[in-house]
Design a protein around this ligand. Structure first.
Ligand SMILES: Cc1cc2nc3c(=O)[nH]c(=O)nc-3n(C[C@H](O)[C@H](O)[C@H](O)COP(=O)(O)O)c2cc1C
Length: 425
């Protein structure tokens, strides 16, 4: 299995430009500027089958092809480094350990889409990573990979860093754009789509940190090399972030389609303290939970959808048999209630209802009818708001109540927790 994303992570100097250049960095940028037309770059990325790593898995080359080539004014790219989905920490790896990889990918994408101005929207809590990023950008300017007439090609590109202020909703691409514009981070109605009406009403493309980091490798080694990794419809490696009750939590670079069971038991060292596995959330907190008997599944888009969950951000949250699933429901419902921007009534009120019902069950005041009510509210939230935050609030609840109904009923009947050792916050 070939590691290409994390190969140099942790090596001396990997953070600095010198280290990145030593590892073959900026070869891809030189190649596109000298030998490739912008449309050929878009085609190469399209052919690679690369799908966005920000959660929705949208085909990257296709997204880039939506950007109008000829325009009478500016176009923009925003790199989404908001990384606020609970459980997700893969982008932090790129930002901290080899930031030039993502920067090189961003410059290549700017060339491909005829963009001269890019923004990196980084989550406010990533203070250390912001410093690393700013240092990396300064080095890229110094080496003339950014700025005017890059490497004598006639192509200009600037990258600006914009820090968030701790709102999950600003990771949603149109909320992100509102925030960059200095407004409240409330998502916009679509259509119009960002490719036509994005930042300041101009054509804009938003991609995730990891999506950009994949690009130099595709350019250097070719689309068919990339398509040869992973599965037919989920190509390339990704970084799975494993957290929770495993012996070795951490970031694991593996091909898409890798087995969830192997990731937990082989790579992440199995369940800590010799306990039994109870459940896994395979793609960040917004996707549906899988009970222990359903983890024999490959980690790719189609397989996880068929298994009733989703690949999401590849953030694998592992829970052992001490975990109270009602408590999990309370924690997740609280997060989405708190992070709903409040703009859409359904999301604002529905996420609050989900949380309130969960708290009632946890506190021993729940009624059996509450379980159907939880499912009713969750079902009515799906697809009901401007952005997907309402879905993100609904899916965990649907997953928990479907797979762990007995445990919820037990809580309601006995008025107490069946897993008294479960975590408390
Ligand atoms: C509530 C919400 C939060 C999101 N947060 C992030 C985030 O932190 N990082 C990210 O890359 N995408 C996030 N997304 C997805 C973005 O809207 C968008 O699809 C993504 O940045 C596109 O990049 P990609 O095509 O490279 O995946 C979020 C979506 C929603 C609905």
């Amino acid at each position: 299995m070939e590691l290409y994303l994390t190969k140099n992570f942790g090596k001396p100097n990997a953070i600095a430009m010198a280290g990145y250049l030593k590892h073959g960095g900026y070869r891809a940028l030189r190649k596109v500027l000298k030998k490739m037309e912008p449309k050929d770059v878009v085609e190469e990325v399209k052919d690679s089958g690369l799908r966005g790593r920000g959660g929705a898995g949208f085909p990257t080359g296709l997204k880039w092809s939506f950007m109008p080539q000829e325009t009478d004014g500016p176009k923009y790219i925003a790199c989404n480094a908001d990384e606020s989905e609970p459980g997700t920490f893969k982008d932090r790896e790129f930002l901290e350990k080899e930031p030039q990889m993502m920067i090189e990918g961003l410059i290549i994408s700017a060339y491909a889409m005829g963009v001269n101005t890019c923004y990196i929207y980084i989550r406010g809590e990533y203070a250390t990573q912001t410093k690393i990023l700013q240092q990396a950008l300064a080095e890229a300017y110094e080496k003339k990979f950014l700025g005017r007439n890059i490497l004598g090609s006639g192509f200009d590109c600037d990258i600006y860093v914009h820090r968030g202020a701790g709102a999950y909703i600003c990771g949603e691409e149109t909320g992100l754009m509102e925030s960059i514009e200095g407004k409240k981070g409330q998502p916009r109605k679509k259509p119009p789509f960002p490719a036509n009406f994005g930042l300041w009403g101009r054509p804009t493309t938003v991609n995730n940190v990891e999506t950009f980091a994949q690009v130099p490798h595709i350019i250097n080694k070719g689309a068919s090399w990339f398509r040869g990794i992973g599965t037919e419809k989920s190509t390339g490696n990704t970084i799975f972030g494993v957290s929770g009750h495993v012996n070795k939590p951490g970031a694991y670079e593996l091909p898409l389609g890798y087995g969830l069971k192997d990731l937990i038991y082989k790579d992440a060292g199995g369940i800590r303290n010799g306990r039994e596995l109870k459940a896994v959330i395979p793609g960040g907190s917004s996707v549906k939970v899988l009970p222990a008997d359903r983890i024999d599944v490959p980690l790719d888009h189609d397989s996880l959808t068929n298994a009733g969950s989703s690949l999401g951000t590849g953030a694998v949250i592992v829970m052992d048999d001490t975990t109270c699933m009602v408590r999990v429901g309370v924690v997740l419902a609280h997060f989405y209630r708190h992070e709903s921007c409040g703009q859409c009534t359904n999301c604002r009120e529905g996420s609050a209802w989900l949380h309130q019902l969960m708290v009632g069950i946890e506190n021993g005041q729940g009624k059996i009818e509450d379980l159907d009510l939880l499912m009713d509210v969750a079902d009515s939230l799906e697809g009901s708001s401007i952005c997907a935050l309402a879905d993100a609030a609904a899916w965990p609840v649907q997953g928990l109540v479907t797979h762990f109904r007995d445990e919820f009923e037990e809580h309601i009947k006995t008025g107490k927790c069946t897993s008294p050792d479960s975590f408390r916050i």
